[in-house]
Design a protein. Structure first.
Length: 81
């Protein structure tokens, strides 16, 4: 009845290794390697990523204030109507 799923193709000179998900440790080395590495990467990139976000926020807030100021009615503009 043909080949089973997973044995359909034939590879030559290719060796594959796999580990069952049930045999893996989900948080192996997280506290020893993961958290310090996260902190190191954060410190390395914070001064590269943060200034554009701050600049974008300042431009956005200035634009909103300027839009409200320009669209506001002038106090004496409609007195004669």
């Amino acid at each position: 009845m043909g080949k089973h799923f997973g044995n359909i193709g034939r590879y030559s000179n290719i060796i594959t290794y796999s580990l069952s998900p049930f045999e893996q440790k989900a948080f192996a080395g997280y506290f020893r390697n993961g958290a310090p590495n996260l902190w190191r990467r954060f410190r390395a990139k914070v001064f590269i990523v943060t200034p554009p976000f701050i600049l974008a926020y300042l431009v956005y807030s200035w634009g909103n204030k300027e839009n409200k100021r320009l669209n506001r009615k002038q106090p004496g503009q409609f007195d004669n109507e």
